[in-house]
Write a protein that binds this ligand. Structure first.
Ligand code: FES
Length: 201
């Protein structure tokens, strides 16, 4: 075979190989699509409770799960984070969360279930102004590009609403109420069921 013939042959092999990779790429893309059609996934989308393992959630960390198409945050707050909450009562617009959407069994500045670990916060990560998703600003002011007296919390990037680490909105911000808390209950110390409780809330 001439050199030109060998080159053409090599080029054809390359094209075939590329097509095969493209084919497997399409297959890989289809797998998640097929899995979204499973009944359990459909049930979740319709609002079935979501069980969450929080055993690996370290202090100072946040994890996000989806419930009814919304992000639900679970934050494991440090003792220092918890200690700052009361000092912010005069700076937030609804310190006792009286206007907030939250189950009646969640209470105090921690906004958690009475008798359970107050460090573990569960809230819906959707801004109560126009529905953007706030971002975490857990560190103190200067480290996060926030005002010097910032004690950690969340910032909504759309119109600047700020929330403390319990999801309480600060005064004079566009968001009208604190971040909502979904119904939830503990299955054990390290497992939470979001979307269902024992009190019919
Ligand atoms: S949507 Fe969050 S401040 Fe407007």
């Amino acid at each position: 075979m001439s050199n030109q013939g060998k080159m053409d042959c090599g080029r054809r092999r390359l094209i075939v190989a590329t097509a095969a990779v493209g084919g497997s790429g399409v297959l890989a893309a289809l797998v998640p699509f097929v899995s979204t059609m499973l009944p359990s996934e459909r049930a979740k989308a319709a609002g079935a409770p979501v069980e969450v393992d929080i055993s690996k959630l370290e202090t100072g960390q946040i994890m996000t799960v989806e419930w009814r198409g919304k992000p639900v945050w679970i934050v494991n707050r440090t003792q220092e984070m918890l200690d700052t909450l009361s000092s912010l009562d005069s700076a937030v617009s609804d310190p006792k969360s009286e206007k907030a959407e939250q189950p009646q069994y969640c209470e105090g500045v921690s906004r958690t279930i009475k008798g359970r670990n107050p460090a573990i916060s569960v809230m819906i990560g959707v801004c109560t102004h126009l529905g953007c998703s706030p971002t975490t600003k857990f560190k103190n002011g200067a480290e996060e590009g926030m005002p010097a007296d910032w004690k950690g919390g969340f910032l909504c990037p759309c119109h600047g609403s700020t929330f403390d680490l319990s999801g309480r909105v600060f005064k004079n911000k566009p968001a009208p109420t604190n971040l909502p808390i979904p119904p939830y209950r503990y299955l054990s110390d390290t497992r939470i069921l979001i979307g269902e409780d024992t009190q019919g809330a």
